[in-house]
Design a protein around this ligand. Structure first.
Ligand code: MG
Ligand code: ZN
Length: 366
């Protein structure tokens, strides 16, 4: 308890300090006559740590041998994660980010009446933005699917896949090959992807981006765990996506998901969760490095919900030893942190509903 309270105290004071810093910045901008428009980003990178609550983020402090990339943010908010149900799942949790609509658990890009709602990706494709989706799950899994598909249930993987060929998404990277080419209906959706101008890559992540739209599928279903040799797929795919999408003069939107933080939580496996969390932290670092050089990119890091009721408890009453423990194999209703850095970051201060994240992003890309 003592450890937990001290973390909270630290984070709360960081948040208070950052709030005052931001208001000073805003004042400075007014004084130096920087036009309002300069506060708007050209690009947004949204990194979603599935199931990543504050204890998961805190694990980076205790288990990373260097300073976590989470500590590079100075704008921090809290998102209330409920949608139709008090405790949300990754489908409703991602649909809220992709459409702004609060819906039922299991919904992919549809509202509470199963009516499709246009996603941020679809809006931006129409406006000529570059778009990309990267995940360590299959690209048909609830979180990435909610950005390009509209189905009534998250388990409809083959139906979700049918939205990919005409999605207009310039860059997909993750797993999910079997839903393209080993389907119950016998359709070959890899051929449809190629017909729609995609380069299909199934062996390894390319070193440099190509001119063509890319579908990179490196696993039949979800990507391997970190402990099974996934290596630097997530940070490297993030880098590749940014290199490719930043060639678009209109700007880009990239969603990157650390999908398996959630899976470690469901399994109540602290090691699994922490390895995935540290990998996600690495991807955050890559995004922040790009944004620092680019200067027109807003980086947002958040979660759809918390998984596992994860806590950094003490080991046998020893307050110098951390023992990762869980209170559930499901999700919990705790608020999750939102980190933001770059033009428009100040909008993400405070406590707000999860769907505000969609509206804030759309406002900034107006
Ligand atoms: Mg997910
Ligand atoms: Zn989950």
């Amino acid at each position: 308890m003592k450890i937990k309270f001290s973390i909270l105290t630290i984070l709360l004071s960081v948040s208070i300090i950052s709030t005052s810093c931001v208001s000073v910045n805003v004042k400075d901008n007014t004084v130096s006559h920087v036009p309002q428009e300069s506060k708007k980003p050209k690009n947004i990178i949204l990194l979603i740590g599935d199931g990543m609550g504050l204890s998961q983020v805190s694990a980076a402090i205790y288990y990373k041998n260097a300073k976590p990339n989470f500590e590079r943010f100075n704008t921090i908010g809290l998102s209330k994660t409920s949608s139709n149900e008090l405790i949300t799942d990754s489908a409703a949790g991602a649909t809220v980010f992709s459409t702004g609509v609060k819906t039922y658990n299991g919904a992919i890009g549809v509202d509470k009446d199963t009516i499709p709602v246009p996603t941020i990706v679809e809006h931006l494709v129409k406006r000529g933005y570059g778009t990309g989706l990267v995940a360590t799950s299959s690209i048909q899994h609830a979180t990435p699917a909610s950005f390009y598909a509209h189905v009534k249930s998250r388990s409809m993987y083959e139906e979700i896949t049918e939205f990919a060929p005409k999605s207009g998404v310039n860059f997909f990277a993750g797993g999910g090959l079997k839903f393209f080419n080993k389907r119950k209906d016998g359709k070959d959706l890899l051929a449809s992807m190629k017909d729609n101008g995609y380069e299909v890559i199934t062996d390894k992540l390319p070193k440099s981006p190509s001119e063509k739209n890319q579908l990179i599928l490196l696993a039949e279903n979800g990507m391997p765990k970190m402990s099974e040799g996934r290596g630097d797929f997530l940070p490297n795919a993030t880098k590749l996506a940014m290199e490719k999408l930043s060639k678009n003069e209109n700007g880009f939107f990239l969603m990157v998901e650390g999908s398996q933080i959630d899976w470690g939580g469901h399994n109540n496996e602290g090691d699994y969760l922490i390895e995935e969390l540290l990998d996600f932290d690495k991807a955050i670092g890559v995004a922040l490095d790009f944004a620092a050089k680019n200067g027109e990119t807003l980086v947002i890091v958040t979660a759809d919900h918390e998984t596992g009721g994860f806590t950094l408890a003490s080991k046998d009453g020893d307050y110098n030893k951390i023992n990762p423990v869980f209170s559930t194999t499901g999700h919990s209703g705790t608020m999750v942190p939102v980190f933001a850095k770059g033009p428009g970051a100040e909008l993400f201060n405070g406590i707000y509903e999860n769907n505000e994240i969609y509206f804030k992003m759309m406002e900034l890309l107006k």
